[in-house]
Design a protein around this ligand. Structure first.
Ligand code: DO4
Ligand code: MG
Length: 277
């Protein structure tokens, strides 16, 4: 099933589309039994027939009081790209070490007020000249630490800033509209298929300037291990979202431009489209 946050309330897509009036996002989504309980709930509801416009024009980022965190260097491609970009800063050793270490790289990415939803603008920093999107499977985790769903995430990154010095990572990763998520929270009965495909396409002046794909089974870590580390000494009363790292990095001569359209698709979840501002 797919849970959408819209300007008019929560929509549930499961065979039909159902509308939940006056349901609070945080209490609805932060539920270890959301799949089963929502199935019961929609049995008592009448499907709506005019959902198309809401789903096309009224979608919001599927987030409330949740923080967004991110894991890094979880795919080989991310490790090699980072080592290359940070050669001058000694990147050969620190990215290698975190890729092989037991403890993953985890960093704070965003709160809802800085996040773009479907169709909204993402930003590149004005003090950076090398910027890329990072298409990432993003976990929806309940307050108890259970992975209850999935969404598409874009972990926008300023590669020149993170490449200069690893201590600049928060500036390369966290600024207004540096994250996008959506279009929905996908809540399957069982964990997402192990080899689900992530695809990205970047369109500039009606032409494709970059495309790439990766399957999520190329990740080096288990999702449950990432969650276990994140929750070790930190509590999340409303649950949280965790971007799981990128396995797609454009070549070094590519940078985003204002006006570029970024399309990210993940099998079973859908497509997230954002424009660069
Ligand atoms: O260490 C830099 C960030 C890594 C990252 O965001 C990723 O691998 O996706
Ligand atoms: Mg990333």
């Amino acid at each position: 099933m797919k849970i959408y946050k819209t300007t008019k309330g929560i929509l549930i897509g499961h065979e039909n589309v159902f509308y939940l009036i006056q349901t609070d996002w945080d209490s609805f989504i932060n539920n270890d039994n959301i799949y089963k309980e929502t199935l019961v709930l929609i049995k008592g509801l009448t499907p709506i027939t005019d959902a198309a416009d809401l789903l096309k024009n009224e979608l919001l980022a599927p987030i409330g009081a949740q923080e967004i965190w991110a894991a890094g260097v979880t795919y080989m491609r991310s490790k090699s790209a980072r080592m290359e970009e940070s050669k001058g800063a000694g990147g050969g050793s620190f990215y290698n070490r975190v890729y092989d270490a037991d403890r993953p790289e985890l960093f704070f990415k965003s709160v809802a007020s800085r996040v773009a939803g479907p169709g909204q603008k993402v930003r590149i920093r004005k003090d950076s000249n090398w910027n890329v999107p990072e298409p990432e499977l993003t976990l929806m985790i309940s307050a108890s630490g259970k992975i209850i769903g999935y969404t598409i995430g874009n972990d926008m990154s300023s590669r020149d800033i993170e490449g200069q010095n690893p201590l600049y990572l928060p500036q390369a990763k966290t600024y207004d509209w540096s994250a996008a998520i959506g279009p929905c929270i996908y809540i399957p009965e069982f964990p997402i298929q192990e080899n689900a495909l992530i695809e990205i396409e970047i369109i500039r002046n009606n032409a494709q300037v970059f495309s790439g794909d990766v399957r999520i089974d190329q990740i080096r870590r288990k999702f449950t291990d990432l969650v276990e580390f994140l929750f070790r000494e930190t509590s999340f009363q409303a649950g949280c979202l965790l971007m799981t790292g990128t396995g797609i990095v454009p070549p070094n001569d590519f940078t985003l431009h204002v006006g570029d359209e970024i399309k990210i698709r993940i099998e079973n979840i859908g497509e997230l489209v954002n424009i660069v501002e």
